[in-house]
Write a protein that binds this ligand. Structure first.
Ligand code: HEC
Length: 133
């Protein structure tokens, strides 16, 4: 019984190790292929930050989860994609402060400020960038 398990285990693992070893060189282009994936952006296949916003910012705002919203704003504040986008972090920090005070209207205004200033630019330049963690 044990022997059978062992041999079937080897049968499964050996080709996998083989594939990994030979895939290593080829895998270099995988992230690039993904970065070139211009097909994201739809509701069904959102791009990374778009998905993150939908999963974190929108629900926290809608639920009035001020602590969660502030934490997400802080993550956004720390993840400006471009050093020259100086107001990115300011907008996000403003949102975080508003959420901590329970000021939903001001939090929402911070969402809007950033979206108006950076959404189009972000989509054009950084769409495939990894979202905040
Ligand atoms: C500092 C910048 C910034 C702040 C603050 C911000 N966002 Fe965003 N948000 C973006 C960017 C940039 C995108 C576009 C990402 C993309 O489409 O790839 C985006 C996209 C979104 C989307 C996806 C829309 C779509 O087309 O599917 C939602 C939803 C969203 N944000 C909600 C919010 C909410 C709610 C808040 C505030 C509670 C907020 N965002 C605050 C930068 C920000």
């Amino acid at each position: 019984m044990k022997k059978t398990w062992m041999s079937s285990h080897v049968l499964l693992v050996a080709p996998l190790a083989f594939a990994l070893a030979f895939g290593a060189a080829a895998s270099i282009h995988v992230p690039l292929a993904h970065a070139d994936d211009a097909s994201c952006g739809s509701k069904e296949n959102p791009c990374p930050l778009q998905k993150w916003m939908r999963q974190n910012m929108a629900p926290a705002l809608a639920a009035g989860d001020n602590a969660g919203l502030a934490a997400s704003f802080d993550k956004v504040a720390a993840s400006s994609p471009d050093a020259s986008w100086s107001t990115w972090s300011q907008f996000a920090k403003r949102g975080s402060d508003a959420a901590k005070k329970g000021d939903a209207a001001a939090a929402k205004a911070a969402c809007k400020s950033c979206h108006e200033a950076y959404k189009d630019k972000y989509k054009a330049q950084y769409r495939m960038k990894a979202p905040p963690r």
